[in-house]
Design a protein around this ligand. Structure first.
Ligand code: FE2
Length: 293
């Protein structure tokens, strides 16, 4: 039996997505986005995409451009990150392993004609192999902003490989591709083997990669540098928290404001950076008083 990914309709429920993710490590939801929404994001991000040069290493791809910092650059991306089905799936998938989730990476992956297939890998290894196998650290989405075809580099996936021994190599017949129409999304776990495909076509393949991880891990993309408080102050508080402007557990990620505020609790949430008392001020010269926790 050749490897295959299950395809769900655009109105798929979180529970259906989770059930297949658990079994296969990846699942496609077709045409989740309307053409207008895809066009809108490409219009917002087009100028950034056009100016992005390949990183030029073997893993990232010599004929691949990767444009990040998308939360600050696209309203469409901001909406997707807090979409109830998308975020709901990330929360439900990761919650057994964390109290909170956060945005891990936002990236346009453009495969130019001539890009070869990427090396097969698991995304969770961004944190090395230190995490126990039973901990799932990451849940990913990859969106087809252009159609994903077998010829233009549709993502290669090895269904079921999230349960394999890490040393087991995929055979050719175990690999499939996330061929899908424009506006579709593939969910895939941080543990499933996958890679970018080969672009044998004459046109660019454009993907939007939005990933989430457990809030107690370091994010792959530095969201504080991409979206400093001056920019993040414009965002929905739920989205700000997803970027990391909140505490993951008691005390984890606390914020010492520029001025000591009498009566405040010992551990201060980063949300305080966006209030009047803790308003972010790059020129503030005050050194916070020593605190006792
Ligand atoms: Fe990857």
């Amino acid at each position: 039996m050749p490897a295959e990914l299950i395809r769900l309709p655009a109105n798929a429920a979180v529970e259906q997505i989770l059930e297949i993710l658990d079994r296969d490590g990846g699942v496609i939801v077709e045409r989740f986005l309307t053409t207008d929404r895809v066009d809108g994001m490409l219009a917002e991000l087009g100028p950034y995409i056009q100016q992005t040069a390949p990183i030029a290493d073997d893993f990232s791809g010599h004929q691949t451009t990767r444009t990040g910092g998308l939360v600050g650059r696209s309203k469409g991306v901001r909406e997707l990150l807090i979409d109830p089905v998308i975020l709901g799936t990330a929360n439900a998938f990761l919650k057994p392993h964390t109290d909170k989730v956060q945005v891990n990476l936002t990236q346009i992956i453009r495969l130019l004609p001539g890009q070869g297939a990427q090396e097969l890998h698991r995304d969770r290894f961004i944190w090395g192999k230190y995490l126990p196998r039973q901990v799932e650290p990451q849940l990913n989405t990859i969106w087809a902003l252009t159609e994903f075809t077998a010829d233009n580099g549709a993502t290669r996936v090895v269904p079921g490989s999230h349960r394999w021994d890490w040393d087991r190599a995929a055979q050719e017949h175990e690999i499939t591709q996330a061929v899908m129409p424009r506006g579709s999304v593939m969910f895939y776990t941080g543990s499933v083997i996958h890679s970018g495909g080969e672009n044998r076509s004459k046109a660019d393949r454009i993907a939007l990669n939005l990933t989430y991880c457990n809030a107690w891990l370091r994010q792959e993309e530095n969201q504080y540098m991409s979206c400093p408080p001056e920019i993040a102050s414009e965002f929905d508080p739920e989205l700000r928290a997803l970027l990391g402007y909140t505490m993951a557990n008691y005390g984890l990620g606390y914020y010492a404001p520029p001025k000591f505020v009498p009566g405040m609790p010992g551990t201060m949430p980063p949300e305080m950076a966006f209030t009047e008392d803790g308003a972010f001020d790059r020129d503030a010269a005050d050194v916070p008083e020593a605190r006792t926790f």
